[in-house]
Design a protein around this ligand. Structure first.
Ligand code: TYM
Length: 340
């Protein structure tokens, strides 16, 4: 299938192998990858080169990479339909990233809010890689001429930067080499919030383990975390509009709705006017139903490292076929080709 400019419709997304995967990664991204593979040629990448922008223990990095690959498969990504691979095993990502470093402008990167959040007051002491990170992300997308990029809401700005880089590249070299990638950010769970603070994103870097549900959490731990989850001072309101001032209720109801593949309004109807305890006990059940099969499958897969290795090797070999062709086209148009 091709789009109007004769680019193949192609999906690419990436997940970092750092700190384990949480419910936000699953509901905001990985769950949405699954139906896309039925419609589009799809590539899902364990972005280890992104992970090392902050210090990673080498041995731990290896096991975290296996965990992400296992989570992809356990969530329903079929390695026969989609390519699953480690970013570092397709060197064309880094090769294109350098060229894009020379296309992107400092001012564009200076505006990236995620860098400001991550670097905080420590700006002078973080790695150069952390600053240049969004360019490598653009390269991940562009090296496959991906047309669709499913992500959570926090990646929106990075996707906009990628689109700016595509426009400037095509314009600088006066050829439509790259398609403009479309973000796919689904409404329901695009931003799953912390269970300790409904105004903060659920994140691996939060100091409180009770702020997030991990895909590896046991049923007991899931139950405990939901029991402890922060609630608003008032019970769940009678009108959906009143959820606006109730971040905790909004978050718990959104999680419930996303797990049940429902609109928020349907989940709201079930709990309007009720106490948080009713919602929490059903939410625990729904989360266990969602997470326990994934957790069990992940555990089987990570025990079978030969199988994972085969999938990752075959994924990177097949990804390189596409990536090397695109890189060649870029070398030709930029004057970097071997021809003199
Ligand atoms: P990462 O590894 O932080 O997160 C992986 C995916 O999970 C989504 N996500 C969330 N969605 C909803 N609620 C949350 N609380 C939440 N937390 C995380 C993220 O939006 C993401 O989709 N830069 C990317 C990885 C990346 C990438 C790419 C993505 C590298 N190259 C190319 C797409 C295309 C990142 O750090 O995601």
């Amino acid at each position: 299938m091709s789009n109007k400019n004769n680019f193949v419709n192609r999906v690419l997304s990436g997940v970092q192998p750092t700190g384990g995967l949480h419910l936000g990664n699953y509901l905001g991204a990985i769950k949405n990858f699954v139906p896309l593979q039925e419609k589009y040629e799809s590539l899902f990448c364990v972005v280890d080169l992104h992970a090392i922008t902050v210090w990673q223990e080498p041995a731990e990095l290896i096991s975290k990479k296996c965990e992400v690959a296992a989570a992809f498969i356990a969530s329903g990504i079929d390695p026969k339909k989609s390519l699953i691979f480690n970013q570092s095993q397709v060197p064309e990502h880094s090769q294109l990233a350098w060229i894009l470093n020379c296309v992107a402008r400092m001012g564009w990167l200076n505006r990236m809010t995620q860098f400001k959040d991550k670097a905080g007051k420590n700006k002078e002491n973080v790695s150069v890689g952390l600053f240049a990170y969004p360019i490598l992300m653009a390269s991940d997308i562009m090296i496959y001429k991906a047309t669709h990029v499913p992500v959570g809401d926090d990646q929106k700005q990075h996707l906009e930067l990628c689109r700016d880089i595509v426009l400037k590249f095509n314009n600088d070299f006066q050829k439509e080499i790259f398609p403009l990638p479309e973000p796919i950010i689904l409404k329901g769970a695009a931003r799953v919030m912390s269970l300790r603070d409904g105004l903060k994103k659920m994140s691996k870097s939060d100091v409180s383990e009770y702020s997030r549900i991990m895909l590896t959490d046991t049923n007991d731990i899931i139950a405990k975390k939901i029991k402890k989850a922060k609630t608003d001072a008032m019970p769940i309101p009678n009108k959906i509009k009143e959820l606006d001032g109730m971040p905790e209720a909004s978050n718990l109801l959104s999680i419930y709705a996303a797990c049940e593949d429902q609109e928020l309004s349907i989940a709201f109807k079930k709990y309007q006017g009720k106490n948080f305890s009713d919602l929490k006990s059903d939410l625990t059940e729904v989360l266990i139903k969602t997470i326990s099969p994934i957790r069990e499958e992940m555990s089987k897969l990570t025990d079978d490292s030969n199988y994972l290795q085969e999938i990752l090797d075959s994924g990177s070999q097949r990804a390189r076929i596409i990536a090397s062709e695109v890189l060649k086209e870029v070398y030709d148009v930029t004057g970097l080709s071997s021809k003199v």
